[in-house]
Design a protein around this ligand. Sequence first.
Ligand code: NAP
Length: 319
Amino acid sequence: MSHYRSVIIGTGPAGLTSAIYLARANMNPLVIEGLEPGGQLTTTTEVENFPGFPEGILGPELMDNMRKQAERFGAEFKSGWVDDIDLSVKPFRIKVEGREEITADAVIISTGASAKYLGIPGEKENVGRGVSTCATCDGFFFRGKKIVVIGGGDSAMEEANFLTRFASSVTVVHRREELRASKIMQDRARGNEKVEWALNRTPLEVVVEESGVKGLKVKNNETGEEELIEASGVFVAIGHRPNTEFLKEQITLDAGGYIAVHPGTTETNIPGVFACGDVQDTKYRQAITAAGSGCMAAMDCEKYLEGSMTHDWSETLNP
Ligand code: NAP
C-alpha cells in the first residue's frame, strides 16, 4: 500500500492544473488517470478559446502540454480505473483496478463527465459500427458519406460543423424547433451549406442494414409521422453526465449527480476532499473554467494539508 499526501483522480484540464499547482508547491501529488487520459479535450478538435493560443491549439496537444508541465514539477502519474474509494476513514483509501490500494491525506476529484446516450434501439450496440459520440475520433471514417448529428446544443453544432470536413452532408436532428446552442455556434452551423436541419424530430431508432448503419428513424413531432433520415453515420451529441458513480453516495451530490461544492470554493461536504472541473460544474463547463477550478482545488488542498483551513462547510452541503 502506498501513501500520498494528495491524490488527484482525473486528468482533464482541472486535474492537470491542480497537479501543476500541487507539484510546484512540493506536495508531490499522485495523479490517477482513467480510461480517457486527458479527458474530453482529447476528443475535441481545435480549441480556439483557451487564452494564450491566438491561432488555437489541438485539444490533445493542449492536454499533453499540461501533463508535461505537471511532470516537470514532480507530479507522479498512474494509469488505472478507481473502482473503490473509502472517504469515511482518514487517511482516505483508494483502490485502483480492484487490486492496488493507495491512501491519501487529501483527495481532489476531477473525473469530469461522459457522453450521454439516447437509449434508443440500434444505438449502443452499434457504437464503433456507425454510431459515435466523438466526431474527432470517428469523422474520418465517413468521408463522402451522409451523417446525422443528434442534439441542439453547442456540442451538436460543433460536431456538425467539424463533420462537414468529411461528410457529403450533415443533418442535425433536434427534438424541438429552437436550438439550445449559443448564437455564435448556431450561426456558424447555419452558415455552413453542408449542414441540413431536421428540427422538431424525436429520434426513435438507429436503423441498420447488412453493410452498416442505414439511417435514423425519427418521429416528426408536427405530423406525428415516422421518417427515415438516411445516413451512414449517427453522432450522438446530447450532453454529458458526471463521472461520480464510483463515489457510491459517499459524498453530497446535486440532483444531476454532480458533486456539490460550497460556492466559491472546491470544498465538498467531506473535509480533505475537493472537487474541480466538469464533475462539479453544471454551468460553465469550459476548459478554462475547469483549469481555473483545478487551481482553486490545489490551493484549497494545500491549505487543508497545512492545517490552516479555518472552516468546514460540511454542514451547509448536507442533502
Ligand atoms: P447541452 O447544452 O445540455 O445540450 C444537449 C442537447 O441535446 C439539447 O439540445 C437537448 O435537447 C438534447 N437532448 C438531450 N437529451 C436528449 C434526448 N434524450 N433526446 C433528444 N435530444 C436530447 O449539452 P452540450 O451541447 O454538450 O453542451 C454542454 C455545455 O458545454 C454547454 O454549456 C455548452 O455551452 C458547452 N460547450 C461549449 C462548446 C464551445 O463553446 N466550443 C462546445 C461544446 C459544449 P433540449 O434542447 O430539447 O433539451
